[in-house]
Design a protein around this ligand. Sequence first.
Ligand code: OAD
Length: 232
Amino acid sequence: MPEKRVVVLTGAGVSAESGIKTFRDSGGLWEDYDIMDVATPEAWERNQELVLDFYNQRRKQLYEVEPNDAHYALVDLEKDFDVQIITQNVDDLHERAGSSNVMHLHGELKKVRSSVDERLVYDLDGWELKPGDRCEKGAQLRPHIVWFGEPVDMIPAAAELSNSADIYVIIGTSLNVYPAAGLVSYVRPGTPIYLIDPGELSVGHIPGLTFIREKAGTGTKKLVSELKKDHT
Ligand code: OAD
């Protein structure tokens, strides 16, 4: 029998227990920074040093943290299912835990790209991208991040994956940011959907939804063991 496909949409909450701040919780990143100052093309035009510094701090921290139980539980799930992860996160904790299939919707912190040719993407050595660091065309390198106001090129592929799910799992996202938050509408009718998040999300009516109000670590471990039990 072909393996069932579990498609997992993750957000900042899956990495919270690793010590990475979420964006919109109390104490989240968007309390300390204004999105418009650090995560838009206009911010980049206005003040490259501030934008570089913001992402340098995020990247530096990424080298200091480790994947948590939620990331590892999703790796364990691969023993019995075809697991496809769609993440809004720019960290690499799913990959470092060992997940095989990870699609990044909003870019990747450890990569940088040309500010004049988005096809020129490079792995950055270390945590710091500096003013004056240039691509092969001589232009300043920028973080490989999808900023607010920029198109999310991976959405068609993510929608197709969502549509192919036999089981859909959403972990640690406020479902505030579109188009990512709209992916659930591509899930086929009748597909079981699980949402793991300890917060007070108002997700509206999603048919087939089971809301597991727990932190990612415990919630994901429990769900994975249930899915495995049902499978055998
Ligand atoms: P948010 O900060 O909007 O939402 C984080 C979610 O994680 C909330 O629903 C929390 O309740 C939940 N959460 C907090 N701690 C948790 C834990 N221990 N376990 C599980 N869940 C927990 O983050 P995202 O929804 O990921 O985009 O934000 C989406 C996008 O907005 C991000 O990709 C980023 C941001 O601005 C860009 O920067 C382009």
